[in-house]
Design a protein around this ligand. Structure first.
Ligand code: GLC
Length: 453
């Protein structure tokens, strides 16, 4: 009897362990493991490359907003040459500027696939002079540079005949040769189609990250979102999924407007350099380099990653305005490397008027100065003794004094720091490194009467 129970309980343990492995993706530790590289990535490059760059119009949306007919939109494909596409150079550039990952639009809402999909003829191999898979060499080049591979895929598809759209569209059935699906409803056919395309992306490229989009057009149940997430993790247990799979994503994706309040959990802020995602030469409203660098600093100081967008031309080259911005951000990152990559989100609000970062063991605080300081720089509420204060990227050491407070009552005074010599101020954002004697101890009190003097 006793042995029978033992055997049964052993079987139960084996069974539970087995479930743990199979469902490993759902438990916290495997989530943490999957997210590890992402949390430290800091910078990714977003690439919106598609037909829309030919006329220089809004990506896919120009059809939706009836600014161009479906037929004319698709005609752009005839001039999508990819003739100077050099993914190895892209990858080297991304690596050089300090990006840890890049994400390419494999299919935008327009339905045009940049890889050799077997599920639709609406792909760059069949429809454009590029005549080749453009995703494959991109993935290979990123991997050669040890960068993580992200693939953007829009769930909504404004070309598929089983997907209803709000603008006039001719019959597109000839681009979708699937046979023998008469017994399925339109939506069932569409689900089978898009899951099939995602399976292709998995099998061909095994991406480190899926960047879905367009989920707002249907419900979680319609997308079969939970089952898709389960499949993705079963096929590729280490992959990461952005938030646009209804509630099933791994991290959040605020877009264009930088968060004012620190988002909870891992996050990534995606932003265009001008006002459009794709190549749009008449849009010259580029953000100044200083704004891009400040944004990057604000994002990492709040624990996020910046996913900075470029929109390559149809021939595969990157416009000089975009190159210049990538390079400038890269130069700033190089100079401030240790404040960027060895850090996490900084101090809570109230200690310093500006973004801050902390190194992993919290023995260093980085203060980021957007403007040239006046008189002195102050930092409040630090209980620790300070070892030294330096300007990152220079050898200048700054003097400091502690002013006020009531140390015997554990109320620290203000740290008053000498301002750097003007030649050591960075043109964009100056960073000061404050080395503490031990791990950060903050004073977060409201202040109180000092009873003993
Ligand atoms: C929005 C737009 C889409 C763009 C994406 C990038 O979802 O609809 O066109 O690709 O943002 O974040």
């Amino acid at each position: 009897m006793v042995t029978k129970i033992r055997v049964k309980s052993k079987l139960l343990i084996v069974f539970l362990l087995f479930c743990g492995i199979v469902n490993g993706q759902n438990n916290e530790s495997s989530y943490e493991e999957r997210m590890e590289w992402f949390k430290d990535a800091k910078l990714g490059v977003f690439i919106h490359w598609g037909y829309y760059g030919v006329n220089g119009i809004g990506e896919s949306w120009s059809m939706y907003h009836k600014k161009i007919s479906y037929e004319d939109y698709m005609m752009q494909g005839k001039q999508f040459t990819a003739e100077h596409y050099k993914p190895k150079e892209w990858a080297r550039l991304f690596k050089k500027i300090g990006a840890r990952y890049a994400i390419l639009t494999t299919k935008h809402h327009d339905g045009v696939a940049l890889w050799d999909t077997k599920l639709s003829k609406l792909n760059v191999i069949e429809k454009t002079p590029a005549k080749r898979d453009l995703v494959a060499p991109f993935v290979e080049a990123l991997r050669q540079e040890n960068l993580k591979v992200g693939l953007y895929y829009s769930l909504c598809d404004w070309s598929h005949p089983d997907y209803n759209v709000v603008f006039p569209r001719p019959n597109t059935q000839k681009n979708y040769p699937q046979k023998g699906q008469k017994e399925l409803s339109e939506w069932q056919r569409f689900v089978r189609f898009y899951k099939g395309q995602i399976k292709e992306l998995n099998d061909d490229f095994y991406p480190d990250l899926y960047w879905f989009d367009g989920d707002w057009e249907k419900s979680s149940e319609q997308w079969r979102a939970q089952s898709l997430k389960d499949s993705l993790l079963a096929w590729n247990p280490k992959t990461i999924v952005n938030s646009r799979l209804k509630t099933h994503g791994d991290y959040s994706t605020p877009e264009q407007g930088i968060p004012v309040v620190r988002p909870k959990g891992p996050w990534e802020f995606c932003m265009t350099m001008n006002d459009n995602w794709g190549y749009y030469p008449s849009d010259t409203n580029y953000k100044p380099i200083s704004q891009i660098i400040r944004t990057f600093v604000e994002v990492i100081a709040s624990g996020g990653n910046l996913l900075l967008n470029i929109g390559p031309k149809p021939d595969g080259t990157i416009a000089p305005e975009q190159m210049e911005r990538l390079e400038a951000l890269g130069d700033w990152i190089k100079k401030h490397e240790r404040a960027v990559f060895e850090t996490k989100a900084g101090l809570p609000y109230g200690h310093f008027y500006g973004p801050t970062l902390l190194n992993k063991d919290e023995t260093k605080i980085y203060l980021c100065l957007f403007d040239a300081p006046k008189n002195y720089i102050s930092l409040k509420g630090i209980q620790n003794k300070v070892k030294s204060i330096r300007v990152v990227g220079s050898n200048q050491e700054l003097s400091f004094v502690r002013n006020g407070g009531a140390a015997w009552n554990n109320i620290p005074g203000i740290l008053r720091i000498e301002i750097p010599e003007s030649r050591y101020l960075d043109d964009n954002v100056t960073v000061l490194e404050i080395e503490l004697e031990d791990a950060l101890k903050l004073y977060r009190g409201h202040g109180n009467a000092v009873e003993l003097n």
